[in-house]
Write a protein that binds this ligand. Structure first.
Ligand code: CA2
Length: 141
């Protein structure tokens, strides 16, 4: 079981700012992940929350229910020591994903707390990044 967790505002995907985040909705991204998971023989739980504490709860849940975590923490990537602490405590392989190339954007997006707990990070490839993350995890879990 792999938990695919999405942070704040990712529920707006496909509805606003298509020039940055593309036209796919989060439901489209979930379908893509479900198809990739099936191909990889893996089960996934796909969730989104705008609330930092709820994401912490789900990472804690992953400690006992998941073999790995794919996370796009949205803007909490750049601010959240709480998510970093939760990921470190979960002791599960984690792959960080971003739709956009955060290094081509504003300076404040260049630093990620999540990266300190992640096996690796994929950014800039849109929804395909989630598939790449699941493929990377399939080799580890
Ligand atoms: O590129 C990514 O996946 C990000 O994690 C997306 C976050 C941003 O804060 C990170 O720096 C990079 C923002 C997610 C918000 O997504 C929206 C999508 C459509 C309309 C409005 C927001």
């Amino acid at each position: 079981m792999v938990y695919v967790l999405n942070g704040p505002n990712l529920n707006m995907l496909g509805l606003r700012q298509p020039e940055i985040y593309g036209r796919d909705t989060l439901a489209d991204v979930e379908k893509l992940c479900q198809a990739a998971a099936k191909r990889l023989g893996m089960a996934i739980v796909f969730r989104q929350s705008n609330h930092e504490g709820e994401l912490v709860d789900w990472i804690q849940e992953a400690r006992s229910h998941a073999d790995g975590i794919v996370i796009n923490a949205g803007a909490y990537t750049h601010t959240s020591v709480a998510l970093l602490d939760a990921l470190n405590a979960a002791e599960k392989p984690c792959v960080e994903v971003h739709l956009s190339n955060i290094h081509r954007r504003e300076d404040f997006r260049h630093h990620s707390y999540i990266s300190l707990a992640a096996k690796g990070m994929i950014c800039g490839f849109g929804p395909k990044g989630y598939v790449l993350a699941l493929e990377a995890l399939a080799d580890i879990v």
